[in-house]
Design a protein. Sequence first.
Length: 341
Amino acid sequence: QGMPRRVFSRRGARVEIVHQRQRTKVDDRLRGHAPRLPTRIHRLLRMVDAPLPPLDIVLASWNNLPYLKLCVDSFRRHSAAAHRLLIHVNDGSDGTREWLRAQGIAFTESAENIGICRAFNRAARLGTGALVCLVNDDMYALPGWDRALCRRVEALGIERYMLSGTMIEPTETGNPCVRVADFGTAVERFREADLLAAAPRLAIQDWYGSSYCPLVMPRFLWDEVGGLSEEFSPGMSSDPDLAMKCWRAGCRTFLGIGDSLTYHFQCKSTGRVERNPGPRQFLEKWGIPQSLFNRAYLRKGLPATDLRLSEPRLTIPFVWHMTRGRVKSFAQRAMMGSSLR
């Protein structure tokens, strides 16, 4: 007769314990205490309503006022947070300085075009924010561009990174990181309403190889690598050079965000300058072809499957192209040295 009582008492104790746990959960809900969730889920939930981190948006403009006006207007109207615009004015004889003063926008200036490397570096010094964002003045920001970038920054949980938005361009150039869709090649032919209506269908998968504008990176990393390298002025190959400097500084996160969209009118300023031999300069500086760095290190244009890039694999083609590039760099330096004698 005692055995059933013992079994019953144990079972009753178990039932009481379960009931106590259920009551505790109910009490916690009533008090507003949510059950413990994984850290990553907590971070994502906090980001839903948290304000976006402000960006120091850095631009350079060279007598390009109609595009600059459209650019500034789009970033003001379509940003989810109040970011700070910092602009360098090259020349400015088209009334750019006067317009910026009327708009209350901080800017630096030079009497002539000094190229995007020096211009970006000067304008960036006006800011003190934790995040630097480089933008071309012939870009148009679509709604949600900054929310997609900034939320990804918060979700990373790492210190060193370069993140790019995804450009929409009217003409095909073979760039795998770009969405091609023609909504006008000039301000006067820009089909803004059509672009905004099509925007939800233009997002793509995240991709590897961030170095394009709009480009977001921590200010401490920007300062650590010295911003853009001014020996690449007026600017060709300065973006992969910046990526290489960040790689050497320990950065392994180079992500393009597929739903952070900007429309790019393509080369409205760089098309007017005498181009520097960027790929040759890159090869001489780093001893590796720019194309190999983009392909083997940054995996440019490939779908992003992880936050961090691994070191390049030492395959036979990689070693061959690396050796070939170093021999070519040595030959170029020898030719330059003989020409100076």
